[in-house]
Design a protein around this ligand. Structure first.
Ligand code: SF4
Ligand code: SF4
Length: 69
């Protein structure tokens, strides 16, 4: 089952990854802060809709997203 893992300490909360998922809102902004004071993104996929396309990972300027297929 495809999934992504977001390295919250690398994430600067730019939100770019939340705008490209073809499955909708699988990548959302977290309500919590990382140690640098940024609000990172989070992966929310209770219905297992991720297809592992890596659009989110490719969009990330900080290489904070790893895709597992
Ligand atoms: S890998 Fe593709 S389907 Fe999965 S969360 Fe990222 S953009 Fe969405
Ligand atoms: S694109 Fe990268 S740095 Fe920006 S919010 Fe997403 S994971 Fe964080």
């Amino acid at each position: 089952m495809p999934r992504i893992v977001i390295d919250v300490e690398r994430c600067k909360g730019c939100g770019l990854c939340t705008q490209v998922c073809p499955k909708g809102d699988l990548v959302q902004m977290s309500d919590e802060f990382n140690s640098k004071g940024y609000r990172p993104s989070k992966f929310v996929d209770p219905e297992k809709k991720c297809i592992g396309c890596a659009f989110c990972a490719n969009m990330c300027p900080d290489v904070a997203i790893t895709v597992y297929r």
